[in-house]
Design a protein around this ligand. Structure first.
Ligand code: COA
Length: 325
């Protein structure tokens, strides 16, 4: 008897060149470096250049992930781009990525679960691989969230940034007795009753425009820690592990206080929590794979480690995925 698992073969990331610091933001809206650092833990964020689109960021991250996996686009038969900021209303950014990678084969689609998009995409790719619909997936979280911001609203414009992260997932059969690896369990949730606590006030069917991010910050904060910890416990339960078994916690990077609150509620030692929100800000669907790429590149996450990914965002949507690296 063998067990089918989706293993992570490579990780990649891309951050646009331009860095926007809190001090620069303080010249644009009534805010301060001190306020932003104290309330959310952000120092700076990256902003995509004029003419640089989500699919461009995604392709750069994808190429790095392919290199890390020792694969070429030819090896991939599924592309999922988790994004809320596609280049166009349609086609999916994923099909543009497919084209830019020179692929004519396989399937590609976008997944829209806002900040939870990457965790949703990992679970979705895992299902496709498990069911035999695909063998090797390129799973990307990519955003040009700066394009959705109202740069006069200090309550939101200081929180977000642009970027992309990617992983390659491959279906493998693990023989009895061999060390277990790959995605062990995932849990996904949503509750649309909270839609207007964090949303964009435009869209093709409503305003026929793009719109701007609107957020009831304290309401989002109030729900975040409980929802995150619930779904982490669910995922651990499904796989038969406890918090003590975790080597690394890679949370959505929205807010340092939410991450610290969730870590404390779970009883996780702070040194097991990967933090990049200070340098990246909230890059929505890109935040988890960007954080993952940092912790893999600096050698913290190693083969055999037990890694919990987690995210929560607009919808509300939230979810977690447990991976044996
Ligand atoms: N700079 C300075 N002051 C700001 C500010 C900024 N960038 N943004 C808001 N404020 C002010 C408010 O205007 C308000 O002023 P007032 O008391 O004079 O009216 C004061 O700070 C408190 O506002 P409030 O919104 O109650 O602040 P808060 O303590 O809840 O912090 C957030 C605001 C956004 C940092 C916080 O609610 C939060 O982190 N929420 C979750 C956001 C999040 O993670 N979203 C993404 C999820 S995917």
């Amino acid at each position: 008897m063998t067990k089918t698992r989706s293993i992570i073969r490579g990780v990649g990331a891309y951050l646009p060149e331009k860095i926007l610091t809190n001090a620069e933001l303080a010249k644009m809206v009534d805010t301060s470096d001190e306020w932003i650092q104290q309330r959310v833990g952000i120092k700076e964020r990256h902003i995509a250049a004029e003419g640089q689109f989500t699919s461009d960021l995604a392709v750069a991250a994808a190429q790095q992930a392919l290199d890390a996996a020792g694969m070429t686009p030819h090896d991939i038969d599924l592309i999922i781009v988790a994004t809320t900021t596609p280049d166009y209303t349609f086609p999916a950014a994923a099909t543009l990525v497919q084209m830019k990678l020179g692929m004519h084969h396989g399937m590609a689609f976008d997944l829209q679960a806002v900040c939870s998009g990457f965790v949703y995409a990992v679970a979705t790719a895992d299902s496709y691989l498990q069911n035999g619909l695909a063998s090797r997936a390129l799973v990307i979280g990519a955003e040009t969230f700066s394009r959705l911001l109202d740069w006069t609203d200090r309550g939101t414009c200081v929180l977000f940034g642009d970027g992309a992260g990617a992983v390659i997932m491959e279906r493998v059969e693990i023989a009895d007795g061999a060390p277990d690896r790959g995605v062990l369990a995932s849990a996904l949730r949503s509750d649309g009753h909270h839609w207007d606590k964090l949303y964009v006030d435009g869209g093709p069917s409503s305003t026929k425009g793009v719109g701007h991010v609107r957020m009831q910050g304290p309401e989002v904060f109030r729900h975040a820690v409980g929802k995150i910890t619930d779904v982490v416990y669910d995922t651990l339960d499904k796989a038969g592990y406890t918090v003590d078994d975790l080597d690394w916690f890679v949370p959505h990077q929205a807010n340092r206080r939410i991450i610290d609150g969730a870590g404390a509620k779970l009883g996780l030692p702070p040194e097991k929590v990967v933090i990049t929100v200070d340098r990246h800000a909230n890059t929505s669907a890109a935040s988890v794979p960007l954080a993952l790429s940092v912790a893999v590149a600096d050698g913290r996450i190693k083969e055999g480690d037990l890694v919990m990914l987690e995210a929560m965002g607009g919808g509300f949507t939230w979810g977690a995925s447990l991976i044996r690296w």
